[in-house]
Design a protein around this ligand. Structure first.
Ligand SMILES: Nc1nc2c(ncn2[C@@H]2O[C@H](COP(=O)(O)OP(=O)(O)OP(=O)(O)O)[C@@H](O)[C@H]2O)c(=O)[nH]1
Ligand SMILES: [Mg+2]
Length: 283
């Protein structure tokens, strides 16, 4: 049996650590096992039990205090992650050597966006997962506050897309902090999740461009994303058990977790019919 992993990624402050602690709590409630691993060498406080901490290998503070290296916080973090890249065996030995069959892991990643778009660390980690028989699903978080208007929506989609293209793994995009939204804002946001309304909104946006060049570019990008059903967003409201369940079910499906289980895990129920629209079912 393989192991399973969620690689929890996303820009700084998008809610990765909070997501991990919410999910860890939920796993406890539904009586499933899950180990949360901190991969952020700068993190200090955790709301979840940390099964393994990258800071046992390297800490950002130590790197920044090193007089020879003289790194600031961002360069220091990249240095830490490159060090991690050279020491992947540490992860294997600490985590997987003694792990029970079909263990489930969640990896709380740092927020530097370049880690997901062009640096080799995450890509290498994913390649190692494959060698270690760990099935992985990328969970890419974006703060729902960034979806206020169509241009931000496109930019969020492209950020998630570039991570997906870079890592080449099953990938789910998640809108976080939905609990902070008013009912009306939530309704407005849902429009971005409905492919037909999305097209209308984007068409409207394209009309506002003064420069024809940008209009054409935006249209082409939207068409591309639509044609390939490339980016789907799932809303994540941490205050709703139902919302957490719906998201976990999507991740389980992506990981083919259910298929491997001798007894099927309990199906979720939709409290609210609207929750069915949480994902763009476009395949
Ligand atoms: N209301 C609400 N607040 C959230 C949620 N997720 C995160 N936050 C808040 O957003 C801030 C950042 O959350 P974190 O979980 O630390 O975000 P992160 O992505 O781990 O941040 P970095 O590791 O620094 O990149 C904190 O103040 C959280 O309390 C959420 O779902 N709802
Ligand atoms: Mg964090």
């Amino acid at each position: 049996m393989p192991h399973y992993a969620q690689l929890v990624m996303g820009p700084a402050g998008s809610g990765k650590s909070t997501y991990c602690s919410t999910m860890a709590e939920h796993f406890k409630v539904i009586k499933r096992n899950c180990l949360v691993v901190n991969l952020d060498p700068a993190a200090e406080y955790f709301d979840y039990p940390v099964a393994l901490d990258i800071r046992e290998l390297i800490q950002l503070d130590d790197v920044m205090e090193d007089e020879d290296l003289q790194y600031g916080p961002n360069g220091g973090l990249i240095f830490c992650m490159e060090y991690f890249l050279k020491n992947m065996e540490w992860l294997r030995e600490s985590l997987f050597d003694d792990a029970e069959e079909d263990s489930y892991f969640m990896f709380d990643c740092p927020g530097q966006i370049e880690l997901y778009t062009h640096l080799p660390v995450m890509k290498t980690l994913v390649e190692h997962f494959s060698n270690w028989d760990v099935r992985v699903c990328g969970v890419f978080l974006i703060d729902s506050q960034f979806f206020g208007d169509p241009s931000k929506f496109i930019s969020g989609m492209l950020t998630s897309l570039s991570c997906m293209i870079n890592l080449e793994i099953t990938h789910l995009s998640v809108m976080t902090k939905v609990d902070k939204l008013s009912k009306n804002s939530k309704k407005e946001l849902r429009k971005f999740l409905d492919p037909e309304l999305q097209n209308l909104i984007l068409a409207e946006m394209c009309d506002t461009y003064h420069d024809k060049k940008y209009r054409k570019l935006t249209e082409a990008l939207c068409q591309l994303i639509d044609d390939y059903s490339m980016v789907r967003f799932v809303m994540f409201d941490r205050s709703s058990e139902n919302s957490i369940n719906v998201l976990l079910q999507h991740i389980d499906t992506a990981l083919q977790f259910d298929e491997d289980q001798p007894v099927k895990v309990k199906d979720y129920e939709y409290d609210d019919e609207d929750d069915r629209c949480d994902v763009n079912e476009r395949d």
